[in-house]
Design a protein around this ligand. Structure first.
Ligand SMILES: [Zn+2]
Length: 130
């Protein structure tokens, strides 16, 4: 059985262990955001949930050297800010051993964090094509 999503506003895991990157698109003005929001941040109209293509371009990245008890990743780990081809910008940890630079084309992949009943599916950034 696939691990449930860490945040159901960000991704949907299906029974066959596939996943969708979720966003919200405003039918009135077309503005698209990630994660899902019920109202448009530009015009306030009700949004509709859409599936976003999990590919984009790195606009910034950094290495995190500290952690908190509620973060399953062990430092140091990379985090990249990615502008998706569908518009929204999101931040996600970078796959271990990879170091995407500003302007690199990347993809989002799913990975499991936590153990046992705490295991959840989350997103990570990976160099496109790897
Ligand atoms: Zn709108």
């Amino acid at each position: 059985m696939p691990a449930p999503p860490l945040d159901a506003r960000r991704m949907r895991v299906t029974d066959d262990d596939r996943w969708d990157l979720l966003g919200a698109r405003c039918p009135a003005c077309g503005h698209t955001v990630h994660p899902v929001r019920v109202a448009c941040v530009r015009c306030g109209r009700a949004t509709e949930v859409v599936t976003l293509r999990p590919v984009g371009t790195v606009v910034a990245s950094t290495v995190v050297h500290t952690t908190r008890p509620d973060v399953a990743l062990r430092p140091p780990f990379g985090v990249a800010l990615v502008r998706l081809v569908d518009g929204p910008v999101l931040a996600a940890p970078v796959r271990e051993g990879e170091d995407p630079a500003h302007g690199d084309r990347v993809a989002l992949a799913a990975f499991d964090v936590g153990e046992g009943d705490e295991r959840r599916r989350a997103l990570q950034v990976t160099v496109a094509g790897s």
